[in-house]
Design a protein around this ligand. Sequence first.
Ligand code: KG4
Ligand code: ZN
Length: 413
Amino acid sequence: MRYNLAMRILGIETSCDETAVCLIEAEGNFPGRTGGPSFRWKTLGNALISQAAMHAEFGGVFPNLAKREHAKNLVPLLQKTLNESGLLRHSKPRGLASRELSGILEREPELLAQLVPFLEQNGKPDIDAIAVTYGPGLEPALWVGVNFAKALSLVWNIPMVAVNHMEGHIILSMMGIQPPYRDLRNPDMGKLAEFEFPVLALLISGGHTELVLSKEFGRYELIGQTRDDAAGEAFDKVARLLDLPYPGGPEISKLASIARESNLRSEIKLPRPMMREDNFYFSFSGLKTAVRKIVEAHPDMSPDDKKKLAREFEDAVSEVLVTKTMRASEEFGVNTIVVGGGVSANKYIREQLAVACQLQTVNCKLLIPPPELATDNAIMIALAGYFQALKKDFADSSTLRATGNLKLAPLEK
Ligand code: KG4
Ligand code: ZN
């Protein structure tokens, strides 16, 4: 059953190495805006393919491989999502405006070859908007999703919403999804966390490390970011130095937690870059260099030495992130901290943030999505897309461009 006033939003995410498609149903507005029924949502279908194992060979995400894989994966993922949602309607083969479609997917011939028969054989699904990530991310990868959304929007005559990937992470975190969350299609799970603005968002992913202040829903001020490597990038690079596969975050985390359980502690202390500086900037490249120097000076590191180093590295990243986040929350009088991005899947960082939040004030509220939803997915894009669609903030297909360095907000001077 559809909710009474619900909208169905198809979400498409291809900014990095996850290809994801999902369909959500949502209704109501965010509290504090125009009133109306309170917001609720559910996932009708959700499908994702991670390319991480493929990129592992290159030690990081290889943009053209990501582009090719997205092009290969999108139609099967769309089919799976619509099928799961019960919205896939086979119909008699029909003609399409294939010249226009070929124009849109000129650079994705493989995607076009799969999409045409799919659209010819399946009727238009009952959905209200198509939300797609248009940045930030790897531009060749983003274009695949954007062009796919344009093609669907044209053929189905459904409006398109262009979503900032980082806003997707923030809004998903604001949902305050708590265990048990296994069945995303459970209509009861789609409530909104209770919290008050201003909100501080710590965004930590493979490409970003940012502190963002949000005084009202949908408005953001960037108060600090990394001057060089992102936190996830540092995890990935340090993992490579320790001969661990990509993505490095979970691998380092595994070694570090074994070290903690076995009481293995590094004799060498790593730096905590910029931690004591009176600003909200970060820097992780020096930390990676420090690890490199240690590895070079000890070419025959034992497995235990690697575990100790992984622990010390995770300690260093965690301490810097937690210290600066807490200081920012104090300075801006914030009680609610939302955390998003792949690195927020890190168990130790989650724990340390929770401890710091408890020590801060009794009111401090920490919202972090479950690890499975902390990394890239399409649900976050559909959710952010819903709120844009509510405002009728639709994208113009003829001018929408993938924007690799898209910003959430200008940096405050
Ligand atoms: O948000 P995300 O999925 O993609 C980007 O938008 O970048 O983040 C991916 C990043 C990778 O650098 C990966 O190593 C890191 O998140 N990551 C982790 C963990 N799981 C993923 N870092 C630390 N600990 C983890 N458990
Ligand atoms: Zn991300």
